[in-house]
Write a protein that binds this ligand. Sequence first.
Ligand SMILES: Nc1ncnc2c1ncn2[C@@H]1O[C@H](COP(=O)(O)OP(=O)(O)OP(=O)(O)O)[C@@H](O)[C@H]1O
Ligand SMILES: [Mg+2]
Length: 275
Amino acid sequence: MGLASKKANVAFDSIHSSTDKQLEKKVVYDTKDLNLWYGKDHALKNINLSIYEKEVTAIIGPSGCGKSTYIKTLNRMVQLVPIVKISGDISYRGKSILDKSYKVEDLRTRVGMVFQKPNPFPKSIYDNVAYGPRIHGIRNKKILDEIVERSLRGAAIWDEVKERLHENAYGLSGGQQQRLCIARCLAIEPDVILMDEPTSALDPKSTLKVEELIHELKNNYSIIIVTHNMQQAARISDKTAFFLNGEVVEFDDTDVIFSNPTDKRTEDYITGRFG
Ligand SMILES: Nc1ncnc2c1ncn2[C@@H]1O[C@H](COP(=O)(O)OP(=O)(O)OP(=O)(O)O)[C@@H](O)[C@H]1O
Ligand SMILES: [Mg+2]
């Protein structure tokens, strides 16, 4: 078989398998013709992306191409910047989140976020995880204890901290702090977890732990992760979006992006020719 027909076959198979999968999977976020400006700076240009539930979607691209801006539009964080203007639409579970009537508090209880630098509160490990549930009015100690344990187990850090739950979270290592932040996120029982370069400040061992965790979490959550690490995107994601200068150059199944990209710029980026 010639290379061209082999490639066509691979493409055909992947279209087939992704269609089959997508028939069962629901869209969590639908982004339509999204444009975003910081003052005059056009940071996101005509973005069209559908994020499916219980999948890991990776966002890759060189520095300054709009990755963080995009994921911060998904929980309406970027709108806190006064000079931001937006056009187009983002719907979450079928409702427009850019609509003024959509309550941001409702969105934040469904969508958790983990940042590049672990950002625990200056409180005990226990109080970090119990923070969200307490805000939602849960006061019963037994219930809080259960939520704290379940969330810390879910974030694969329970065994490391169970003897020191009432010590300050700042005493944990960076990798432990990042998993604690993931536990804090799980405690509100979100639907979606947004992660902006969650392992860039971690050593290889902690990175591996967080990657294994993401793999586990996708059974129950939809995850969108920004990463500069190509191997990581290839290892952990189902779909990959390649951003460049505020545009989505290519969005497809991760194995297609990494083995048979359509656009030359995607190939150049993933093979390390720029960025
Ligand atoms: N608060 C802000 N005010 C003005 N411009 C901003 C702001 N935040 C980001 N930008 C600009 O928007 C563009 C996209 O930035 P963004 O942080 O989304 O990039 P990124 O892809 O996440 O980059 P990196 O990989 O370095 O984190 C850049 O040109 C940046 O300077
Ligand atoms: Mg960024």
